[in-house]
Design a protein around this ligand. Structure first.
Ligand code: DAH
Length: 357
C-alpha cells in the first residue's frame, strides 16, 4: 500500500516538474509502458491472495487511470503553450516600416504611370494594352494616315526588315494603335487608357528614342470637345495636386482627330530646374481631339451614331514637370545615384485617398 502511495506521489511530482513534451512522454513510458513501474505493480497482482487483490486492484487501476489522464492533460497544455509562444514569436506587425531600410527605388516613370492610371481608373476608365511591335495598319493606316502621306515621315519610325510580301513591322511610334485594337475588339461605350512604351528615332533634352505615353479613348453617343477638356483639366488638377494648373490648348493637326489640339502646361526652366505653374515657358504634354470619322469607320464604328475623343500624353514629360527633372535623357542613364534621389519608396502605392506622391 505505502508503495502505491509513494509511487503515486513520486510520479505526480515528476509530472509537475516536467517542462516539455519529451520529458512527459519519458515519464509515461517509465510508468505506464510495458516495463513501467505501474505496469509492474499490476503484473505483481497475479501472486496475491484474492483479498489482497480486491483492495490492491482498484488502487493500482485508479492510479493508472489518473496518471494517464494527467499526462494527456499536461501534454495538451504544453502543446498549447508551445503554439502560443510560436505565434507570439512569429507575429508580424504589417504597419511597421520596412527594416532594414529598402535600397531599391521605384523609377519616377513607373511612379507616374501608377499615379496616372489611379486617376483615370477613378474616373471610370479601364486599362488597355497593345504590342510594342506593331504593323502599319494599326500604327498608321487605320489612324487615317494615307499610304505615302508625309505625316508618316514625321514620326521618325524604327522599321524592321521588309518581309517577303513587302510589308514591314515597326516599333509603335505612339500608343494610338491601342485605340484601333480596342475599337476593333469592343463595342461602344468605350472608355480606356492605354499606357506603354513608344519609340521614335529622336534624341535631345526633351526627346529620347524610347519614351512612354498613355493614350485615352472615349467612344459614346453625344460625347463632345467639352467632355474632353473637362476630363483633361480634372486630370491635371488631380495629377499635379494643385487647383490651378495653367494650361493652354493650341489648335493642331493629327490625321486621326478632327478637330485636334495640343495642350501645354506653364512652367519655368530658369536656373537649370523645372518648375510647374509659374514662369513664361510652356511644355507640350499632350495631343488630343475628336476621333476622326475615318478612324471610326476603319474600326467598324458608325460615325453617324457614335462620337468620341482621344488624347495621348507623354508620361516622361509629366514626370519631368511634376518632379522637377530637367533632362529627359537622365531618366534612362541607369545611374543609381540619380534613382536614389528621384526614385520612390517601393512599398508606398499611389492612391487618391492619402495622396498620390
Ligand atoms: N499619337 C499622338 C502622338 O504621339 C498623340 C495623340 C494626339 C494621341 C491626339 C491622340 C490624339 O489620341 O487624339 O504624338
Amino acid at each position: 500500500m505505502t508503495d502505491i502511495n509513494a509511487l503515486s506521489q513520486e510520479l505526480f511530482a515528476q509530472l509537475d516538474a516536467a517542462q516539455d513534451e519529451a520529458s512527459v512522454e519519458q515519464l509515461r513510458v517509465n510508468a505506464l509502458g510495458k516495463k513501467g513501474s505501474v505496469s509492474e505493480l499490476l503484473k505483481g497482482m497475479g501472486a496475491m491472495s484474492p483479498e489482497e487483490r480486491q483492495t490492491f486492484g482498484p488502487l493500482v487501476n485508479g492510479l493508472k487511470q489518473q496518471l494517464s489522464d494527467a499526462i494527456a492533460e499536461k501534454k495538451e497544455a504544453l502543446a498549447q503553450a508551445a503554439l502560443d509562444a510560436r505565434l507570439l514569436a512569429e507575429r508580424i506587425d504589417v504597419t511597421l516600416p520596412v527594416r532594414p531600410e529598402q535600397r531599391g527605388r521605384i523609377h519616377p516613370i513607373m511612379q507616374v504611370f501608377e499615379e496616372v492610371q489611379t486617376i483615370f481608373a477613378d474616373m471610370g476608365f479601364a486599362i488597355a494594352e497593345g504590342p510594342d511591335v506593331e504593323d502599319d495598319f494599326h500604327n498608321f493606316t487605320a489612324l487615317n494616315f494615307p499610304p505615302k502621306h508625309p505625316a508618316r515621315d514625321m514620326h521618325d519610325t524604327f522599321f524592321f526588315e521588309e518581309k517577303e510580301d513587302g510589308s514591314r513591322m515597326l516599333l509603335r511610334t505612339h500608343t494610338s494603335p491601342v485605340q484601333v485594337r480596342t475599337m476593333l475588339s469592343q463595342k461602344p461605350p468605350i472608355r480606356i487608357v492605354a499606357p506603354g512604351r513608344t519609340y521614335r528615332c529622336d534624341s535631345d533634352q526633351t526627346h529620347t528614342p524610347m519614351f512612354h505615353q498613355i493614350e485615352g479613348l472615349v467612344i459614346e453617343d453625344g460625347v463632345h470637345m467639352g467632355h474632353l477638356k473637362g476630363v483633361l483639366m480634372d486630370f491635371m488638377r488631380a495629377f499635379f495636386e494643385i487647383d490651378d494648373v495653367d494650361v493652354r490648348f493650341r489648335p493642331h493637326h493629327f490625321p486621326f482627330t478632327e478637330p485636334s489640339a495640343e495642350m501645354d502646361v506653364r512652367c519655368d526652366r530658369s536656373g537649370g530646374a523645372l518648375k510647374i505653374g509659374t514662369g513664361t515657358d510652356w511644355l507640350e504634354i499632350l495631343g488630343c481631339g475628336m476621333v476622326h470619322p475615318n478612324v471610326l469607320r476603319a474600326c467598324g464604328i458608325d460615325p453617324t451614331q457614335y462620337q468620341g475623343f482621344a488624347f495621348g500624353m507623354g508620361i516622361d514629360r509629366l514626370a519631368m514637370l511634376k518632379y522637377g527633372i530637367p533632362d529627359l535623357r537622365d531618366m534612362f542613364a541607369a545611374d543609381v545615384r540619380w534613382l536614389k534621389h528621384y526614385g520612390f519608396e517601393p512599398t508606398v502605392q499611389p492612391n487618391l485617398a492619402t495622396g498620390l506622391s
